[in-house]
Write a protein that binds this ligand. Structure first.
Ligand code: ZN
Length: 404
């Protein structure tokens, strides 16, 4: 099941009744969290049993469905808390600070033509929320293949979840295999018998990471006497860093998918699960792993919507193997991979060919075949160029595709 949350702003302020509902909902969530912590339970049903009666007594007329979904929100907050606690993080009691409420799809009505939400508050009291509908929103509202999921109401906007069954991926005519590096995706595009090098560069991501890492270090030093301020400032710094990096990764992913969609390609990626950067204990190294994982997440998620098949393969030895003769080189090499058999290629592109070979040998690439000997050494296709990306509009679709 694919879920996409779409943000709608409201034509006017939230009605007073709805504001009260948000406050009651928050109260219910926070009460349930406390009750759940005391009784050591996290499931919605258990929380329901614990907290329903008490809350019912205090808010006799609140719509029952909302109460149940408050317990669900509480349950997920508790789960996150448990997980953190197990990892040994300092356990502050979680609570919901923002005014919010969540309604499951049977607890509200959205008229998809007019963009009006009918939200029950309590027996005999409903409010109407008028959404501002743009062309972007129409795409989701008018697509009847999408069903409505939950509704999240915030003081100034609502988020509607649209759901659809994941469509079956198409059967590919070509394949792109990508080796994921700190500053770029490097790989090979294979169509017919021909293989060409492809590249999508994102050098800014590492630079942003480094800059924010330095800034956080400086903050910690400067505010060493005040841990609370230091923590808050660092957290804000971290959120800013994530936003800036996310934005760039989305652009890269969009370009890769556009390229794949136009050529009906499958995408081969290395499975990054379980890979630890044990080369050095330096913080920089450890930090540099998450943008790569995040990039894969974004590519996989977008690929599902666009029916692009994604194949994940174990990257073991992919950077050390010769795709022609199969020798495994034991030492780390420079920018070029070199083999006794005479094969020479950019180290990253060589790795991507090995990933592709793994996918093919495991039968994961459909009927596609590739002979590394047919690789064209003199061609490079650019999927994403940060110089164009930086100048483009922030609505995605920015990658240039061409032969240089
Ligand atoms: Zn060789």
């Amino acid at each position: 099941m694919l879920v996409k949350g779409v943000v709608f702003y409201l034509e006017s302020d939230l009605p007073p009744d709805a504001k009260l509902l948000l406050e009651d909902f928050r109260l219910a969530v926070n009460n349930a969290i406390r009750a759940g912590l005391q009784a050591r339970v996290t499931s919605r049903n258990a929380l329901n049993k614990l907290a329903y009666k008490d809350f019912r007594r205090e808010h006799p007329r609140m719509y029952a469905q909302h109460l149940v979904s408050a317990f669900e929100v509480a349950g997920s907050a508790l789960k996150i808390h448990r997980k953190r606690f197990r990892k040994g993080a300092t356990g502050r009691i979680p609570f919901v600070k923002r005014l919010m409420m969540k309604a499951e799809n049977q607890a509200y009505k959205l008229d998809r033509k007019s963009g009006i939400i009918d939200l029950p508050i309590r027996a005999g009291c409903h409010v109407e929320l008028r959404l501002i509908v743009s062309q972007y929103h129409r795409k989701y509202l008018d697509d009847m293949a999408l069903s409505l999921g939950s509704l999240t109401v915030l003081p100034d906007r609502v988020i509607v979840a649209f759901r659809k069954d994941a469509p079956k991926p198409y059967s590919p005519d070509s394949v792109i295999s990508l080796d994921t590096n700190e500053r770029s995706l490097d790989g090979v595009f294979v169509e017919g018998d021909v293989g060409k090098a492809i590249k999508a560069e994102f050098p800014e991501v590492a630079i942003i990471q480094q800059r924010h890492h330095d800034r956080r270090k400086r903050l910690q030093r400067k505010k060493a006497h005040d841990r609370r301020t230091s923590r808050n400032l660092c957290r804000r710094e971290g959120a800013r860093e994530h936003r800036r990096i996310d934005y760039r990764l989305h652009q890269v992913a969009d370009s890769v998918l556009k390229f794949a969609e136009e050529r009906k390609s499958a995408i081969v990626l290395e499975d990054l699960k379980g890979i630890k950067s044990n080369r050095s204990k330096e913080l920089n190294r450890r930090l540099s792993m998450w943008p790569r994982r995040k990039l894969h997440q974004i590519i996989e998620y977008k690929a599902q919507w666009k029916r692009v098949p994604v194949i994940k393969v174990n990257p073991k030895n992919s950077s050390r193997t010769c795709p022609i003769c199969g020798r495994i080189q034991d030492s780390r090499m420079g920018a070029e991979f070199e083999c006794e058999c005479g094969w020479r290629l950019d180290r990253h592109i060589n790795a991507s060919i090995n990933l592709l070979q793994t996918a093919i040998s495991k039968g994961m690439a459909g009927g596609l075949r590739f002979n590394p000997g047919a690789f064209q050494h003199d061609v490079m296709m650019i999927l994403y160029d940060p110089m164009t990306g930086a100048r483009s509009e922030p609505n995605g679709t920015s990658g240039i595709v061409g032969v240089t």
